[in-house]
Design a protein around this ligand. Structure first.
Ligand code: ADP
Ligand code: ADP
Length: 224
């Protein structure tokens, strides 16, 4: 079934740049879809619109199976940079989204531990971001996004800044995570390799006209 659909979405920024032009995209429950395209084609803008962080100029975002107008609690967002709070330890960084929703650290304890276990960082709850490698910082960032148990995980070129070996490792970690959590993932990348390796469907974007110009349907990762 359809989790979220972008219908005829156009985005014109205040400076006159048209980032998206009549874009259609349907994301089905449980699938891992990649948005593939060159830098500047509007991939981040699509994610931001799905997350409700930006509004379409025209068109709409539809959530067919939900009557709840606010889906933000159901969405985990992983940015290209881990954007961790440097003064806070790993556990407090993972706690942040729950804390913003008024959940005390004591009540969030199990959820924090669970999220860190999922990314293999159970022993690093008390570590500070500066003590971790780039790959580990990215895994903390993923744990933070998972702490809300999102139905939908949006990832904006999460591994682009990492070396290739770390990136390959995290690609495998992410596939394992998705099969364990069974959450829906929209993964933005400009890497053909990464999109083919990770996703059950690739949506190819083009900057002109700022929409999806091809879709490639593969096997779901679980059946590989
Ligand atoms: P991608 O993620 O594919 O690199 P983006 O969605 O970041 O692409 O950007 C699409 C286009 O919109 C680019 O030309 C970019 O410069 C422009 N853009 C993005 N955000 C803004 C903004 N806040 N104001 C003006 N232009 C923007
Ligand atoms: P990543 O690939 O996530 O960046 P690395 O393998 O580069 O992680 O790890 C950097 C250092 O941190 C290595 O010395 C590694 O042994 C250590 N390390 C990474 N993850 C763990 C873990 N879960 N437990 C213990 N040590 C770890």
């Amino acid at each position: 079934s359809t989790l979220v659909a972008l219908q005829g979405v156009t985005k014109v920024f205040a400076n006159g740049v048209t980032a998206l032009s009549g874009l259609d995209l349907e994301v089905r429950t449980g699938e891992f879809v990649s948005l593939l395209g060159p830098s500047g084609c509007g991939k981040s803008t699509v994610l931001r619109i799905v997350a409700g962080l930006a509004q379409p100029t025209e068109g709409r975002v539809a959530w067919p199976d939900s009557t709840d107008a606010d889906h933000r609690g159901d969405i985990g967002f992983v940015f290209q940079e881990p954007t961790l709070m440097p003064w806070a330890d790993v556990a407090d960084n993972v706690w942040l989204p729950l804390r913003l929703r008024g959940v005390s650290k004591r009540k969030a304890g199990d959820r924090i531990a669970e999220s860190l276990a999922l990314v293999g960082l159970s022993d690093f709850a008390k570590a500070h971001p500066r003590e971790l490698s780039g790959g580990m910082r990215m895994r903390v960032s993923i744990a933070r996004a998972l702490s809300l148990k999102p139905r939908l995980l949006l990832m904006d070129e999460p591994f682009a800044a990492l070396d290739e070996i770390t990136r390959f490792r995290l690609n495998d970690d992410l596939l394992r995570l998705q099969s364990e959590l069974r959450c829906t993932v929209v993964f933005v990348t400009h890497s053909v390799y990464e999109s083919a390796y990770l996703s059950s469907r690739i949506a190819v974007m083009s900057p002109r006209p700022g929409r999806i110009v091809a879709e490639i349907q593969g096997e779901p990762p679980a059946q590989r």
